[in-house]
Design a protein around this ligand. Structure first.
Ligand SMILES: [Fe+2]
Length: 343
């Protein structure tokens, strides 16, 4: 790779939503052999998920599954920066959790996502209309989530159930946004290369795990950065806004204008890919390449029918060299010890 400051990204990383008209352009359908292979590997996991973290490395990965793993890693690191793998059965949520974990640990190392130390967590509305604020984590509410990147190299979400209404996802390539900024809004590039401070939401937990939460992390995180001939990208629009809100002085005119412009470009017709994750779909997104968003959703009154997804933040084992501010994001959030959630 030989990315140069000021040159557009013209390979697969710079995709636009309107390039991907048909699901067959971007959805990976599991073959019967892959599905059987994944289930066979999942069934080798210890019966209690508390033991999964220390489980021996899986041996005898079927060739077809290994091909899927290699393709997933390649697409995340050098391709479009996301992949949606379809075909797993969501009717048995526990089996699905095992299949998702099996695939996740084959792609990389799950890192902690919260102060509880969860390396596999549940995305669901925990508020049911109750008051929320700047410290509400997005994955625990039914709110609209504007474009953002998460922690870890990669976020993976596996759908168990959708809500009766809402919850549509949008993905946009930050490389494609860079191309647009370069061509049409170059006046914002200096600010975007410098980047934004990040607010870390406050969480309950032990003193050590939470000491840096509920604060603005003062290191600026570049939206666009170059390192060893490779460009990497990262932005969380809302957390940059909260950081400015709680800091003395807030945004400068130029800071705000650049962020507003990036969000407007991301939402321009043709830029994003929108879709509804179907039960069983496993979505992997490279956070150093692609932003994601979610529409507000409206849940069922029946607890058994509420929207639920499994989520992992994954450190890609052979992650590419990137600037230190981006590399730091790969570590996730430090909790007391790794934990695996279940429904
Ligand atoms: Fe997210």
């Amino acid at each position: 790779m030989n990315d140069v400051v000021g040159a557009p990204i013209l390979d697969r990383r710079g995709w636009r939503g309107d390039d991907l008209q048909q699901p067959s352009d971007w959805v990976v359908e599991l073959s019967t052999g892959q599905l059987d292979g994944l289930k066979q590997l999942a069934d080798q996991l210890p019966s209690s998920s508390e033991l999964w973290l220390n489980a021996d490395a899986v041996e005898n990965t079927p060739t077809e599954v290994q091909t899927l793993i290699n393709q997933t890693k390649e697409e995340l690191a050098f391709g479009r920066g996301f992949t949606l793998i379809r075909g797993a059965d969501a009717a048995d949520a526990e089996r699905l959790r095992r299949v998702f974990w099996t695939l996740g640990v084959a792609v990389g190392n799950p890192v902690m996502q919260n102060a509880k130390g969860e390396v596999l967590s549940i995305v669901a509305d925990r508020f049911a209309g109750a008051q929320r604020g700047r410290d509400t984590r997005g994955y625990e509410s039914n709110d609209e989530l504007r474009f953002h990147c998460d922690g870890g190299d990669c976020i993976a979400m596996c759908c168990i159930r959708q809500a009766p209404r809402g919850g549509m996802n949008g993905l946009v390539s930050l490389f494609s946004i860079y191309n647009e900024m370069l061509a049409n809004h170059p006046e914002h590039l200096e600010v975007l290369k410098r980047g934004y401070a990040l607010y870390s939401r406050k969480e309950k937990g032990d003193t050590e795990s939470t000491k840096n939460l509920g604060k603005v992390q003062q290191n600026l995180i570049p939206v666009f950065a170059w390192h060893e001939g490779r460009m990497s990208t990262w932005l969380n629009i809302q957390l940059a806004e909260i950081a400015a809100e709680v800091s003395d002085g807030g945004f400068s005119e130029a800071d705000r204008a650049a962020l507003t412009c990036v969000e407007a470009v991301a939402n321009q017709p043709g830029m994003q890919l929108t879709f509804m994750q179907q039960p069983g779909d496993m979505l992997f997104i490279n956070n150093l390449a692609v932003m994601h968003r979610r529409d507000k959703f409206f849940d069922s009154a029946n607890p058994e029918e509420r929207r639920s997804l499994y989520r992992m933040w994954i450190n890609l084992g052979d992650g590419q060299p990137v600037v230190p501010a981006h590399a730091a994001l790969r570590r996730g959030i430090r909790g007391p010890s790794p934990a695996i959630a279940s429904l």
